[in-house]
Design a protein around this ligand. Structure first.
Ligand code: NAD
Length: 251
């Protein structure tokens, strides 16, 4: 890029893996990249979502996979061949009081939200290093990984771990021209959020959000920021945590 162009970039021909592309943020990013001509891969646990993806986006390689299965996940990713970009999106959350946390809820969130990023990213990075043309990785964390919030201690700890995971990889993989960044939104209007919304400590957030206090982020607002981080438009951004929260963090 000459640096003289306006803000645009095409992912046409770029190979991109998205975890949890079946719905929510993962699917929204997948749809935008599909329309831009990217070659897409997704690992999605829910077979119904995979069926739907295959109908809606016939050229996407959508695989039914539980990314908490370390070996199986790596086998599938290796079968894709080298990739240019990775978006780690799949995660889950449960709003619950600290005193109610159970071991199984703790393990479920940690295994998916944090541990699964290791086998997925390791397999992708192996391919990128072998290919020798660098790459861009975006890990989705959350505002909850940056600030203390009520009712989400396990989720917050898992997401704080995601931020540090990105920082470490950014420091370690820069020599391969692989960039690793984090994207941390406040509440986003997705099926996951809608399922959990009744437990969301809304008042806690609204009073802290300078910009449109009651606003829940819409998918387009989230997709644009993720695409910026995935693309060379952010070519020297590495190890950064892009917080999209209407200013909650700084207020
Ligand atoms: N929605 C929000 O308010 C919000 C806010 C901050 C951060 N985030 C983060 O954004 C990311 C996406 O969240 P979302 O709201 O789009 O969620 P979502 O539940 O709508 O989508 C997640 C997708 O991941 C899939 N998935 C779940 N477990 C999986 C597994 N073990 N293996 C493979 N796929 C699996 C689900 O089937 C689903 O299709 C997550 O990392 C989440 O923590 C969301």
């Amino acid at each position: 890029m000459s640096g003289q162009e306006s803000l645009k970039y095409s992912f046409a021909g770029k190979k991109v893996l998205i975890t949890g592309g079946g719905r929510g943020i993962g699917r929204a990013v997948l749809e935008r990249l599909y329309n831009d001509g990217a070659i897409l891969f997704t690992l999605e646990k829910d077979p119904d979502f995979v069926d739907q993806l295959r109908k809606d986006f016939p050229n996407v390689r959508a695989e039914v996979a539980d990314i908490t299965d370390w070996n199986k996940t790596q086998e599938i990713i290796e079968s894709f061949g080298p990739l240019d970009c990775l978006l780690n999106s799949a995660a889950t959350f449960v709003f619950e009081a600290f005193l109610d946390i159970t071991e199984s809820n703790f393990d479920k969130q940690m295994d998916l939200n944090l541990k699964s990023l290791f086998p997925v990213t390791q397999a992708v990075v192996r391919g990128m290093v072998a290919q020798g043309t660098g790459g861009s990785i975006v890990n989705i964390s959350s505002l909850a990984g940056c600030i203390g919030t009520p009712l989400g201690s396990v989720y917050s700890v898992s997401k704080a771990g995601v931020i540090m995971f990105s920082c470490n990889l950014a420091a370690e993989l820069g020599k391969y021209n692989i960039r690793v960044n984090t994207f941390s939104p406040t509440a986003v209007d997705t099926p996951l959020f809608r399922q959990a919304e009744s437990g969301w400590p809304k008042d806690f957030y609204i009073h802290r959000q300078p910009l449109q206090g009651s606003k829940v982020l819409q998918l387009d607002e989230v997709v644009n920021s993720i695409l910026f981080l995935l693309s060379p438009l952010s070519s020297m951004t590495n190890g950064h945590n892009l917080v999209v929260d209407g200013g909650i963090l700084i207020s």
